[in-house]
Design a protein around this ligand. Structure first.
Ligand SMILES: [Zn+2]
Length: 308
C-alpha cells in the first residue's frame, strides 16, 4: 500500500468481493458490478466509473507487461482488479484494513487489486502511479508467494522503485534528517498504524534504502532476496547470506550516505519560496516608492501654495 498506494493481507474470497459491497443508495444499475474481462486482467467497476475504465485497463496492461519483463516472470496468472467509487465500498472490500491515506491495496496471494477510483480520490494525476504500485506488488508476489514474509521496507521500496514514483523522492526524508526523526527500518513493519505524514516518511525511507541496495548490489541481487524467501529462514539471515553483510551494518552505512544525500533536499523547495519572497519584496518596495512620491508631490503642492 502507499499514500495514494497498497498493502497485502486482505483475506477476502473472490465471490464475497463481488457480493459484499453494494452502495446503499442509487439505482440498481449503479449497484451492479460491471466487468471488463480479458485473459490476463479481470476489471470490475460500477457504473459511475465507466468513464475511467479504458484508462485504468490500459495502465494495468502496460504495468503487468512491463513488470513481467523486468522480473522475468514465467507465470501469468489472472489479476482481478476492483475500482471503488465510494469510501464505503473501498472499506468494505478491504475489510477496513487500509488507513485513510491508502488509495489502494494488493492482495498478493489472490492476485487481487482494490483501488479507489479517480472520482473518489480526486487525484487522477496519480492514477497510473497507483496502478503501477499495486501491480508491482502483485508481480513481486508472483515471483514468490511468500513475499509477505519480507520486511515492509523491501516490499514497499521495490514497489516504489518499479513504479518510478517521484512522489517519494525524499522531501519528508530530508526533513527527518534535519529533525533527527528517521524511522529505524525494522519499525516500518508497523506502517499500517502510522499517520499520513509518518507513512510518507516510511515509504520514502523504504524507497531510499532499496535504491541504495540496488546501487550497491544490483537489481537482480535485490530481487534475489524475494526468490530466497523460504518460509523458514529469518530474513536477516537471507540478506546476510546473499549480500555477505549484516542488515544493521547496511542500515548504518545507508544512514550515513543518505544523510549527506537527502539532508539538503528541502532547499529544492526553498528556491520556489525564494522567488515568491523576492516578488513580495519587490511589491512592497514598489508600494513604498509610490507612497513616498505621493508625499513628495503633496509637499511640493503645499510649498507652492504658501510661497509668496
Ligand atoms: Zn504498497
Amino acid at each position: 500500500m502507499s499514500p495514494g498506494g497498497c498493502t497485502a493481507g486482505v483475506l477476502v474470497l473472490f465471490i464475497s468481493l463481488l457480493t459484499a459491497s453494494r452502495p446503499c443508495h442509487g439505482s440498481q444499475s449503479e449497484k451492479t458490478w460491471l466487468r471488463q474481462s480479458n485473459p490476463s486482467i479481470d476489471l470490475f467497476y460500477l457504473q459511475p466509473d465507466r468513464v475511467f475504465v479504458d484508462e485504468i485497463s490500459e495502465q494495468l496492461h502496460i504495468a503487468k507487461r512491463d513488470f513481467s519483463q523486468r522480473l522475468h516472470l514465467e507465470t501469468h496468472s489472472l489479476v482481478s482488479v476492483f475500482v471503488c467509487p465510494t469510501q464505503a465500498i473501498f472499506d468494505s472490500l478491504t475489510q477496513h484494513s487500509v488507513p485513510h491515506w491508502g488509495a489502494g491495496v494488493a492482495q498478493v496471494r489472490r492476485n487481487i487489486i482494490i483501488i479507489k477510483s479517480p472520482g473518489l480520490s480526486k487525484n487522477r494525476d496519480r492514477l497510473s502511479k497507483l496502478i503501477r504500485h499495486e501491480m508491482a506488488h502483485i508481480s513481486c508476489g508472483q515471483l514468490n508467494p511468500l513475499l509477505l514474509q519480507a520486511p515492509k521496507w523491501l516490499i514497499e521500496g521495490l514497489a516504489i522503485y518499479l513504479s518510478t514514483d517521484e512522489a517519494f523522492a525524499g522531501k519528508a526524508l530530508s526533513q527527518a534528517f534535519i529533525g533527527n526523526s528517521v524511522i529505524p527500518l525494522d519499525e516500518i513493519d508497523d506502517l499500517l498504524s502510522f499517520g499520513g505524514a509518518k507513512a510518507q516518511l516510511a515509504y520514502e525511507e523504504s524507497y531510499a534504502f532499496v535504491s541504495y541496495l540496488i546501487e550497491r548490489f544490483g537489481f537482480d541481487e535485490v530481487i534475489g532476496l524475494i526468490h530466497d524467501l523460504d518460509g523458514e529462514t529469518e530474513f536477516s539471515l537471507i540478506l546476510a547470506n546473499r549480500f555477505g553483510v549484516d542488515i544493521f551494518d547496511l542500515e548504518m552505512d545507508w544512514y550515513e550516505q543518505a544523510k549527506k544525500t537527502y539532508r539538503w533536499h528541502f532547499l529544492q523547495d526553498f528556491s520556489t519560496y525564494l522567488w515568491i519572497l523576492i516578488l513580495l519584496l519587490f511589491m512592497i518596495a514598489f508600494g513604498f516608492i509610490r507612497l513616498r512620491n505621493r508625499k513628495t508631490l503633496k509637499r511640493w503642492e503645499e510649498e507652492e501654495r504658501f510661497t509668496p
